[in-house]
Design a protein around this ligand. Sequence first.
Ligand SMILES: Nc1ncnc2c1ncn2[C@@H]1O[C@H](COP(=O)(O)OP(=O)(O)OP(=O)(O)O)[C@@H](O)[C@H]1O
Ligand SMILES: Nc1ncnc2c1ncn2[C@@H]1O[C@H](COP(=O)(O)OP(=O)(O)OP(=O)(O)O)[C@@H](O)[C@H]1O
Ligand SMILES: [Mg+2]
Ligand SMILES: [Mg+2]
Lengths: 268, 268
Amino acid sequence: ASRIIAIANQKGGVGKTTTAINLATALAATGKKVLILDIDPQGNASTGLGIQPKRRGIGSYGLFHGEALNRVIVESDIPGLGVVPSSPDLAGLEIELIETEDPQFRLRKALIEKTFSENNQENTNNILSNWDYVLVDCPPALGMLTVNAMVLADAVLVPLQCEFFALEGLTQLLAAVEKIKIAFNPKLKIQGVVLTMFDKRNNLSDQVAQDVRSHLGDLVYDTVIPRNVRVSEAPSFGRPALLYDFHCAGSQAYVHLAGELLRREKTN
Amino acid sequence: ASRIIAIANQKGGVGKTTTAINLATALAATGKKVLILDIDPQGNASTGLGIQPKRRGIGSYGLFHGEALNRVIVESDIPGLGVVPSSPDLAGLEIELIETEDPQFRLRKALIEKTFSENNQENTNNILSNWDYVLVDCPPALGMLTVNAMVLADAVLVPLQCEFFALEGLTQLLAAVEKIKIAFNPKLKIQGVVLTMFDKRNNLSDQVAQDVRSHLGDLVYDTVIPRNVRVSEAPSFGRPALLYDFHCAGSQAYVHLAGELLRREKTN
Ligand SMILES: Nc1ncnc2c1ncn2[C@@H]1O[C@H](COP(=O)(O)OP(=O)(O)OP(=O)(O)O)[C@@H](O)[C@H]1O
Ligand SMILES: Nc1ncnc2c1ncn2[C@@H]1O[C@H](COP(=O)(O)OP(=O)(O)OP(=O)(O)O)[C@@H](O)[C@H]1O
Ligand SMILES: [Mg+2]
Ligand SMILES: [Mg+2]
């Protein structure tokens, strides 16, 4: 079965999209089949993977309205990596879902079907079974889109920029995950916290990293993603950093992150 | 009368809060009375100005529910600078306002009262008249909170990080401002675009800056805010960069920005 990971943090600009794109590419490079769900109306993950707006179709917005998965998936340039692109219509979803039943479960209902066999045994027929990993890129908010991702997911991966404001929001985020776990998705857990844009030239990065490790211990990945300009240049070419400049420090860090994620999965 | 400016951009982490805090401080330093409205549930502007959570009270959330302005304002350490702090309750406002009448006007109704004199002349009795400038720090979304800010405001100031993903969202943002202007606030205009986190060490910053200036011309402020670690250190001490390290490049840039804003106001 597939492993579904929501990449979420309501703090803006912490590296959610960059982590979704490059971690997915690194996992695909190890031979895994990886699907990226872009549910951010900004559509940065779709752009960063080279999916031009005219190729996006109804995209992930369609999934919330009962469209079949195979009708919204788009191929990327990367073997083994599929994308359900974003759509600007996602921005209106929060309001649209208000009047509906179980608005938090729309994504889950679209992708994880419950069927019953003759002896009334409940089977979860997972439409996502062709994919080893599903990464969901979330917008910078704890609204209905991110809630849907966390109700769908097995775990939440939290990119955390090594800056003071980003640290402040972490407690709110962990509390929100706990609430969603209790109310909607009992098996939801924290996959881990990934430190991003670490700048060894300034103390602030060190202080934040030490602070987070002392509070969250093992939850924090050993792999730290350095601030690296090649990573921020890659999206303007519509390519992941791993394809734009495989040997740069940023790409190598994402390769290590994929390795660490696979190792942690085995031992859990 | 006071000048109300919404500091908005749905792209996350572009410097909205940092601009709100430091531009407000620089304007206050010139003798203006400045009020910051923090309507981001994350509350980074409140934290960056040293307003501890226990001092925040019902904050800006109260304004949306009819609380009087003078009951939610908190003094800051900076002479002439007042703050209406954030509250975590803001996160639920989008849903709360759905069933109400004119949800987009809640903030405007709370702060700009219409009264009628004997001869039935409509007067705008502006509750904000004690303040020369009101800066509204918005969350990274184009939801009901940011819409309320744009319906209240005279103009929108757009901080734009000199990165590719930030550029991508600019068209969406300008289109949203235009929609709000037509539907709710005819006098709304773009105050300007401020380039932030400009890093002279990399070409990407230059490319983005040139791209934006060629498209938007005069709308882009001459003052560019450089990437400067002292700016990102200041919030951990609960102080604006101008108080933490007045002579650093970041603080000086915000002083220049305040000067340019005042000059532009005069000529408009
Ligand atoms: N390791 C890195 N080194 C340098 N720049 C980076 C790095 N990671 C991300 N960036 C850049 O920082 C900016 C923010 O990253 P990104 O857009 O991935 O964050 P996000 O959390 O997805 O933002 P949002 O909250 O808007 O969705 C982008 O311009 C990106 O290119
Ligand atoms: N000129 C600068 N130089 C260095 N760091 C900066 C600068 N401006 C902002 N920062 C840092 O970059 C991060 C993002 O800035 P900030 O939080 O102000 O953006 P924002 O747009 O308000 O984010 P959000 O979308 O989450 O509200 C913060 O950690 C901040 O301290
Ligand atoms: Mg993103
Ligand atoms: Mg902010």
